[in-house]
Design a protein around this ligand. Structure first.
Ligand code: CP
Length: 301
């Protein structure tokens, strides 16, 4: 692979290759080093986990980073185009990570950059490194990824982490429960794809009725920034709040994942239960991103 732009570009074998590399890195069975490499990190949307874990991953690989947070203070403020910015910064670095609000912009950057490009989230479209760390988290907690029953809760319409996860898990024979407000259903193109692949899914309005059947509950935030009409956001923002008392009848292997940040969709009381895995999941982001950077840099050599 030259770039990591969308889970839809990847085969099952390529996905497993990233997960296996992450496992070896976490267990120190593999210690890749890139002391002569520089990673440029261009984030045009806010981030804590993705940005800092990519930076941590590159530093653990003995590489260096240069960072751009928004266009403020750069020549984009003077009218320089996105394309010229990418072409220029790619001359200063060996690998580039981009987060953008504009769907498709990171794929475009990959076409003109001349170095490996990683999509760290493009609008409501894709977040492939998140999906890989989600699969890695499922593999670690469930002793495998095949045949899992997974509920995905919250903003299924605009959630790029959700879209990438559905695409990625579709290689591993899951059964899905999709739980969302009616206006934030998983888009039809994903449901059609699941129908075509004969993957079982159920759409529900309530969390509690499905919890006993689940291996994984993947909770997401209702994303205020994706709503044009803020009144529509106000109507649905508190649709789901997971509380400790809702977890009385769960399977032994049950785990709660969340790409984070959370607002109030998981009560902090859940954090101390044995089912909360979301901060471990965020840590797994470092191992998976070390694997992604290593595989792409090795491929570029
Ligand atoms: N999961 C995720 O993308 O988090 P950040 O927005 O903090 O990077």
């Amino acid at each position: 692979m030259k770039h990591l732009i969308s889970i839809r570009d990847m085969t099952k074998k390529e996905i497993l290759n990233f997960l296996n590399a992450a496992e070896k890195i976490e267990k120190s069975e593999m210690r890749p080093k890139f002391p002569d490499s520089i990673m440029s990190i261009l984030f045009f949307e806010p981030s804590t986990r993705t940005r800092f874990s990519f930076e941590t991953a590159m530093k653990k690989l003995s590489g260096k980073t240069i960072t751009m947070s928004g266009s403020a203070g750069t020549s984009m403020e003077k009218g320089e185009s996105f394309a010229d910015t990418i072409k220029t910064i790619s001359r200063y670095s060996n690998i580039m990570v981009i987060r953008s609000a504009i769907e498709g912009s990171v794929r475009y950057a990959a076409e003109i950059a001349g170095i490996p490009v990683i999509n760290a989230g493009d609008g409501a479209n894709q977040h492939p490194s998140q999906a890989l760390l989600d699969l890695y988290s499922i593999k670690k907690t469930q002793a495998g990824i095949e045949n899992k029953t997974i509920a995905i809760v919250g903003d299924l319409k605009y959630g790029r982490a959700v879209h990438s996860l559905v695409d990625a898990m579709s290689h591993f024979a899951p059964e899905f429960y999709f739980i969302s407000p009616r206006h934030l259903r998983l888009p039809k193109k994903f449901r059609d794809e699941l129908d075509r692949k004969k993957i079982k899914y159920n759409e529900c309005a309530e969390i509690e009725e499905v919890i006993p059947a689940l291996d994984i509950m993947y909770v997401t935030r209702i994303q205020r920034e994706r709503f044009v009409d803020i009144e529509e956001y106000e109507k649905v923002k508190n649709s789901y709040v997971l509380k400790p008392e809702m977890l009385k009848n769960v399977k032994n292997n049950f785990k709660i994942l969340h790409p984070l940040p959370r607002v109030n969709e998981i009560d902090c009381g859940v954090d101390v239960t044995p089912y909360a895995y979301y901060f471990d999941q965020a840590e797994n982001g470092v191992y998976i991103r070390q694997a992604i950077i290593s595989i792409l840099l090795e491929g570029a050599q």
